[in-house]
Design a protein around this ligand. Sequence first.
Ligand SMILES: Nc1ncnc2c1ncn2[C@@H]1O[C@H](COP(=O)(O)OP(=O)(O)OP(=O)(O)O)[C@@H](O)[C@H]1O
Ligand SMILES: [Mg+2]
Length: 234
Amino acid sequence: MKTNMTQGIFITGTGTEIGKTVIAGGLAASLKQAGMNVGVMKPISTGDTADAQFLKHAAQVDDERSSINPIYLRHPLAPSVAARMEGREIDVSCVETAFAALRQKYDFVIVEGVGGIAVPVQDDFLVVHLIKRLQLPILIVAEVGLGTLNHTLLTVAYARQFELQITGIVLNGLCPETAGLAEATNPAEIENLTGVPVIGVVPYEKQLDTAHPDVTFLAEFMNQHVAWQRLGIL
Ligand SMILES: Nc1ncnc2c1ncn2[C@@H]1O[C@H](COP(=O)(O)OP(=O)(O)OP(=O)(O)O)[C@@H](O)[C@H]1O
Ligand SMILES: [Mg+2]
């Protein structure tokens, strides 16, 4: 097993509800199945704590919710807006502390972002700044199909502006109707236009659309569709 220098990865996406949790959980389950000691984190959640629970289930870890998800805001809005509504200040240092603890405990930590990379966490502190703080390379999850080229190019360009290390892109199928020409042509087009490898195209799979999927199935399904070895972790 190769040790990744950064000991972790930040899973971001071209937007919200794009499949970050499913892909992050899939990576966790795959690494776990390969014998790796892997931890998970959803530093900031808004609305509910379902993502943290999914990731905890996928990685089969027993960490407290407060270490996996140190910041939870009740309203399902951008963190800066949700925090304002609760009259709270988001303390980014507590994310750093929780992350450092998980990094001590695990060989590799998978961190899921909130929304896309330009989502405001606090005033002018965006998700991209959080990624810089945690010093993690990113994996971008984008939706297969129409509109993806634009969203993916924008995300890659923005990430590059902040000198983030982009390890790959995963195209994810969010509904059964996504099969077709766009799905067939987008991977090569995206690689050509961005210079970032598309390490997988994940089809829609009904069994994944649940809070607690079968972890063996999750790992095997993802291994079938994503070339994780291209991330240089295994
Ligand atoms: N490949 C897939 N097959 C079937 N369902 C999927 C797939 N990918 C994602 N989904 C479903 O689509 C929805 C959105 O996915 P997910 O929660 O992973 O997105 P997200 O980017 O993490 O969203 P958020 O921004 O809220 O964190 C979920 O209900 C999930 O179960
Ligand atoms: Mg999520």
